[in-house]
Ligand binder design. Structure first.
Ligand SMILES: C[S@@+](CC[C@H](N)C(=O)[O-])C[C@H]1O[C@@H](n2cnc3c(N)ncnc32)[C@H](O)[C@@H]1O
Length: 249
């Protein structure tokens, strides 16, 4: 992995410990079992590769269901948290924008908006290309991302406050670059007497653009759902899980 692939948005030790706490607070940990049940359907008794595996929030429960799970992440601290969680998952340091693997997988998955952390269009396409190449013939690629939500920007800026509970408040300050479809943000996390800072840059994609990028690398949409319990994707959905398979010859 090239050293310049890590930047101010990478999950260093501070961000990684914030992530662990954040997913517990916001209920993302609680939905991990549902995500694992959804994903297992595509790889029962088989193998799966997670892109941006992080601390194993979902990879852990999937592995506990008997799937051989492997993963890639570019953060040493997140990989350390994963290793503390389980020794059943083989994970390595790498860039999901461009990776190669030695075996083919039943399932490759990239969830919780990780795909949009690739903030350049060419990196997103390269990621899909690498993922397609890692699938076996019947293999499935599953991607979970948010539906872009651009209401409330004034002069390309937006500030939103989110009260998580009586001890924790988040204030998101965001800047929108419509030409590149990026949103650069700093979340300020107020808890007790401390204020922590969480910088992030994403490149948002609408579902139709995702389908087109997937088609460019030889994949076609098989299913799309609003959530892990497979509610229908509609015009009010805030996220989607899109499932792709190899394009039929
Ligand atoms: C939002 S977290 C998701 C973690 C985990 N997949 C989950 O669902 O809880 C994003 C993860 O992707 C990793 N990541 C971000 N960009 C990456 C890249 N270009 N290559 C590899 N890993 C990346 C981060 O280090 C982090 O662990």
């Amino acid at each position: 992995m090239k050293p310049n692939m890590l930047d101010e948005y990478s999950y260093d030790e501070t961000l990684s410990s914030m992530y662990d706490e954040y997913t517990r607070l916001t209920g993302k940990d609680a939905e991990a079992g549902k995500a694992a049940a959804f994903l297992e359907r595509f790889c029962i008794g088989g193998n799966a590769l997670e892109l941006g595996i992080g601390n194993g929030r979902v990879a852990g429960p999937l592995s506990e269901r008997g799937v051989r799970v492997e993963g890639i992440d570019n953060s040493d601290s997140m990989l350390k948290l994963l290793a503390e969680r389980t020794d059943q998952i083989d994970a390595w340091k790498g860039d999901i924008a461009n990776f190669g693997v030695e075996q083919a997988y039943d399932l490759v998955f990239c969830i919780y908006g990780t795909f949009t952390l690739l903030s350049k269009r060419e990196d997103q396409i390269a990621c899909l290309r690498s993922a397609a190449a890692a699938l076996n013939n019947e293999g499935i690629l599953a991607i979970e991302i948010r539906v872009p939500f651009l209401d409330g920007f004034v002069n390309r800026q937006r500030i939103t406050a989110k009260l998580v509970d009586d001890k924790n408040t988040f204030v998101d300050t965001e800047t929108h670059d419509p030409l590149n479809q990026t949103i650069t943000s700093t979340s300020l996390w107020f808890s007790g007497k401390s204020i922590r800072r969480w910088p992030q840059r994403i490149r948002y994609v609408y579902h139709q653009e995702l389908d087109t990028m997937a088609e460019c690398v030889g994949l076609e949409l098989a299913e799309r759902w609003e959530n892990w319990t497979r509610d229908a994707f509609t015009d009010t959905s805030e996220r989607h899980i899109s499932v792709y398979r190899r394009t039929s010859p």
